[in-house]
Design a protein around this ligand. Structure first.
Ligand code: NDP
Ligand code: KPL
Length: 299
């Protein structure tokens, strides 16, 4: 399969590196990472230990491939979609956190857009390298649920490249469950400046659980079956499995970078308002992060 990975940061470089073991991959990213990949290839370390030589470019326009995998941060999805729309793709897949990414892609692209979640962990230690900090799973499927030949073919392509992959017929529910996990863990750990494991029994546990319960309430108001216990249980399971992790939002705050709060807790608040459901914990988390973003240290 020919695959363009749009957003060769941490997750994109890992996904692209794994896919390049079995497919023709083009990474779209930034220099100096792109220059290093072009020069010496991509080193995939951490839980893996191999090198590959995907194509790499800083210009994502006018590309064509069987599949575009989108791995930019949620606030960059719209621009990524506009750039991808200058090319030709048979399908697109978002592996991003947050909600609204698939809709933004579908607004611009003339191909089926698949929804996806990734629980692999990735960091980029230096240009030309990516480290897998945890082998997880990719779950993907049609964004409205159900089955499709496109989703099955993409699932097969991921599996033949050695990526743990499930093709699911209930992506809306899975996206809401992942939203509950990120709404509970990311903002709470970013503001409390703790590792994910601190949510298992520390004073911030109740905050994360309440944020997840609110997410489940809004999901149900949207017609998605997500029980409170399932949402809270998902937060506990992930906090336990990633206990030593610095969540991506905490990492963003530590580095003074813009966060994905608008696509996570902010999205939840706007859906809650629309559905007349109260979400005070998510509103507080969102506003505190917004306040930090206004004053964040800039480069
Ligand atoms: N890292 C992880 O372990 C996981 C991440 N995720 C999710 O995956 C998504 C990506 O996360 P992550 O990989 O950590 O983020 P990164 O910031 O590391 O990667 C995104 C990359 O895309 C680049 N980019 C953005 N727009 C363009 C463009 N138009 N052209 C070229 N390059 C572009 C960014 O460059 P620049 O910063 O210069 O704009 C950045 O290098 C997020 O939604 C995250 O929540 C999900 C599971 C695990
Ligand atoms: C699953 C979790 C919470 C792991 O840290 C994550 O997705 C993130 O940090 O963005």
């Amino acid at each position: 399969m020919e695959v363009v990975v749009f957003g060769a940061g941490s997750l994109g470089s890992l996904a692209g590196g794994l896919l390049a073991r079995d497919h023709a991959v083009t990474l779209v990213g930034r220099d100096p990472h792109v220059a290093a990949v072009r020069e010496s290839g991509l080193r995939v370390g951490g839980e893996f230990d191999f090198s590959v030589r995907p194509d790499a470019t800083t210009d994502g326009s006018d590309l064509s491939a069987d599949l575009a995998v989108v791995t930019v941060k949620a606030f960059d999805t719209d621009e990524a979609a506009r750039t991808l729309a200058t090319g030709r793709f048979d399908a697109a897949l978002s592996l991003q956190n947050g909600m609204g990414n698939e809709d933004a892609l579908a607004d611009h692209l003339d191909c089926p857009v698949l929804a996806g979640t990734a629980t692999y962990g990735a960091v980029r230690p230096e240009p030309g390298a990516v480290a897998c900090t945890g082998v997880g799973e990719v779950v993907l499927g049609p964004r409205a649920g159900g089955t499709s030949e496109t989703a099955d073919a993409v699932g097969r392509a991921f599996r033949t490249a050695g990526i743990e992959t499930t093709v699911a017929d209930d992506m809306p529910r899975r996206l809401w469950e992942k939203l509950a996990v990120n709404a509970g863990i990311n903002a709470t750990t970013a503001l409390a400046r703790v590792e994910n494991g601190a949510l298992l029994d520390g004073p911030a546990r109740e905050v994360a659980a309440d944020a997840a319960r609110e997410t489940a309430r809004v999901a149900r108001a949207e017609g998605v079956e997500l029980a409170d216990d399932a949402a809270v249980g998902a937060v506990e399971r992930v906090a336990d499995a990633t206990a030593a992790n610095t969540s991506s939002m905490r990492q963003d705050v530590l580095d003074g970078r813009r966060t994905e709060v608008e696509a996570i807790n902010g999205y939840l608040c706007s859906r809650a308002r629309e559905r007349n459901v109260t979400a005070p914990v998510n509103r507080t988390l969102t506003n505190l992060l917004r306040a930090w973003e206004i004053d964040r240290p800039q480069d």
